[in-house]
Design a protein around this ligand. Structure first.
Ligand SMILES: Cc1cc2nc3c(=O)[nH]c(=O)nc-3n(C[C@H](O)[C@H](O)[C@H](O)COP(=O)(O)O)c2cc1C
Length: 197
């Protein structure tokens, strides 16, 4: 079977990539964050809406704003990570449709949708974009530590008050220290998770 990417790349992106919770001291540069976004942004979303928004928490001051909203078990791994990204989504994503869609009616037709429809569309594609971002981060040499153990209400109040932006999940970014890895847990076999119909 021919492969679009080589076996080493598959290891880096999937088979050997792990969830990290301990970090080596090497910094994460703004250029690395930009390089990851520059890849992730090409992933497909509903009607090319690209509702995800990425907030990179790097400074000590910004980390301190995030800290009170983290579940206890996530505090240390986050405070010691070189960077943490809040993967968020914008319920007002349609305002950017003139740039994103060749259809001149795209903005207005999305803007007429119900709150529930906007939430579903933004959350679905925003989550996909979060996943694309993690794969892209690995592709540029970063390790990831995704987390949903935090108060979305707290983070939204602290960072997104009076906006249409909502937090989805967090992801620590850096160069992982393998001494902090947990044993690799199993994954479902094809027959457990899939059906060809
Ligand atoms: C959406 C999401 C939320 C997660 N939340 C947490 C969390 O709050 N705290 C934590 O330590 N790990 C969290 N994890 C990490 C998972 O437990 C981990 O990715 C999974 O067990 C697979 O580990 P592996 O990548 O090392 O195989 C989360 C992962 C994802 C994708």
């Amino acid at each position: 079977m021919s492969r679009a990417v080589n076996d080493d790349a598959l290891d880096v992106l999937f088979r050997k990539a792990r969830t990290h919770r301990k970090w080596r001291p090497e910094p994460v540069t703004p250029q690395m964050l930009m390089a990851a976004y520059d890849l992730a942004r090409w992933g497909p979303t509903t009607n090319n809406t690209t509702p995800a928004r990425f907030f990179f928490i790097v400074s000590r001051e910004a980390k301190e704003r995030l800290k009170p909203h983290l579940n206890k078990g996530n505090v240390e791994q986050t405070m010691l990570a070189p960077a943490t990204v809040i993967i968020a989504y914008d319920l007002g994503f349609y305002e950017k449709m003139p740039k994103l869609s060749p259809n001149p009616d795209a903005r207005d037709s999305w803007s007429r949708k119900s709150e529930g429809e906007l939430q579903e569309a933004a959350f679905r594609s925003g989550t996909l974009q979060g996943a694309y971002f993690m794969i892209a981060a690995r592709a540029v040499g970063l390790d990831c530590g995704p987390m949903s153990g935090f108060s979305t209400e707290g983070v939204d109040r602290e960072f997104f008050a009076d906006t249409t932006i909502k937090s989805n999940f967090l992801c620590n970014l850096g160069h992982g220290d393998d001494t902090g890895l947990r044993p690799r847990a199993g994954r479902l076999e094809f027959d457990d998770a899939c059906r060809i119909l």
